[in-house]
Design a protein around this ligand. Sequence first.
Ligand code: BGC
Length: 458
Amino acid sequence: MNTQEVPGRAEFLSLLDAQFSIPVSDIQGIIREFHSEMQKGLAGNPGSLKMLPSFSARPKGTEKGSFLALDLGGTNLRVLAVELDGKGGSNVVAVSRFTIGKKAMQGTGNQLFDFIADSILEFFKDNAIDQNRKYDLSFTFSFPVEQTDIASGRLIEWTKDFTAKGVVGEDVVCLLNNALKRKRISCVNVAALVNDTVGTLASKCYSNPSCDLGVILGTGTNACYLEKLSNITKMKRKNANGEMIVNMEWGNFNKFVRTAYDADLDKASPNPGVQHMEKMVSGMYLGEITRMIICDLIRRGMLFSMIDHAFIFSKTGSFETQHMSIIASDGSSDLKNVEILLSEMGVESIKPDDKKNLKRICKLVSDRSATIVAAAISAVLTWMDPELKCRHIVGVDGSLFEKYPGYADEVNNVLFSLFEKKSSPIFLEPAKDGSGKGAAIIAAVATSTEISASLIDL
Ligand code: BGC
C-alpha cells in the first residue's frame, strides 16, 4: 500500500464498522451452517459443534431434597448447599467462594483437585456442616466433557484460562473422588456431573417448563437444549423415545468471518485454533479484542494524541470487558466517566473525539458479540421448531448478559429483525445460578429412582 492509500481516521473507522458488522441478511446462511454442524455433531462426525449428551432429562419441577453443589469454570470456585422444595422453589442455604489461583488453574491436575477438596473442607468448617451425614453432590464442571453417564465423563479439552496438566482425557469425577480420598472426605457422593448450561436450563425449567434452551454468556459462552433421543444418532441405545439435554459447546463454532484482530487473539491464547465463536463473544475476550483495536489506532496516530500512550495498552489484559461496560454505560453528553476511566489508566490530554471513538469501538465489539449470539439462538430454536410455532423461553446466565449495558436489548433487537413478528414467542430470561441451584436439580433428577430406571434403557 503506498502512502496515498493509507486511510484517514474517518475512513479507517468505517472500515472497522464494516469488518465488525454482521448484516441480518447474512444470518440465514449462518443458521444453515449451524444446522449442518449440529447434524454432524449429533451423528458423531467431525465438525465444530461437539453436541455432547448430558444424560440428563428435563426436570419436572417436583424434585426435592438437599444437595451440595460444586461450581468450577469461571474465576471463582463455589461450594454450595441447596434445598429444593419440590414445588419449583429452591434456596441456597450456604455458599463459600474461593479464588482459583494460577497454580490450581495452570499447574497439575492434582493441584487443581486438591484445591477443590480443600475448599470443600473449608466450606464444611465455615458452615458447620456435619461430616457424619452423607451428601449427594452435583459437580458443575464448565468445560467440554464426553459424558458416559450422569456422573462420569472425560475432559475433551480445556477452555478459557484453564490448562491444568494431566486432566485432558481423564474422568474428572474420578479425579475429584481421588482428591476427596486424599483429603479423607468420606461424606460426599458425586451424584451428577453437569455443564453450567445444563444447570441453567434445569434451573429455569424447574419453575418454567417452557424453557428449552439454556445459554451462558459470561467468561465463556455455550448453550444446551432439549433434543429428541432419536436425533442423537451417535448414541447407541435400546430405547430412542423421549428427550435428553445436549450440551452443544457452541463456543467452538467456527463459521463466522474473523478479523485480523480475532486471528491474533486466537494465536496468543492458551488454546489456539479452537473456541473461535467464544473468542468473538464472551466476557473473557471482548476487552482484549478492543485493546487490540485501540493499539492499532494509537499506532496509526488515530487515537490519543501521544503516541507513547501505546504502552498503557500494550500489555495483554490491560483493557478489560469491565472497562467496556463502564464506557457503554456513560450516556452523558461529554462522556465524563469515559474521561475519568481513561485518566485513571494514565491517558493524558484526552480529546472529545477520543472518547467518542473509543465508545464507538466498544459498541462495535459488543454489538458483534450480541449479533452472533442472536444468530446462534435463532439457529437452535429453528432446529427445534422450524416454523417457530411454539413459545420458547431461553434461560440465560452470565455477567455479559446480566450486566453489560444494552447487551440483552441488542440480542433481542437482532432476533426481532430476523423474525419480525415471529420472534414474539421467544423470551430471553435471566436464569440465576444454574451452576448452583440448577446443578442441584440435576442431582435430584439423577438420584430419583424413577429417572435412574429410565436412564438404564438409554
Ligand atoms: C466451555 C463450556 C462452558 C462455557 C461457559 C466454555 O469455555 O467450553 O463447557 O459451558 O465456557 O462457562
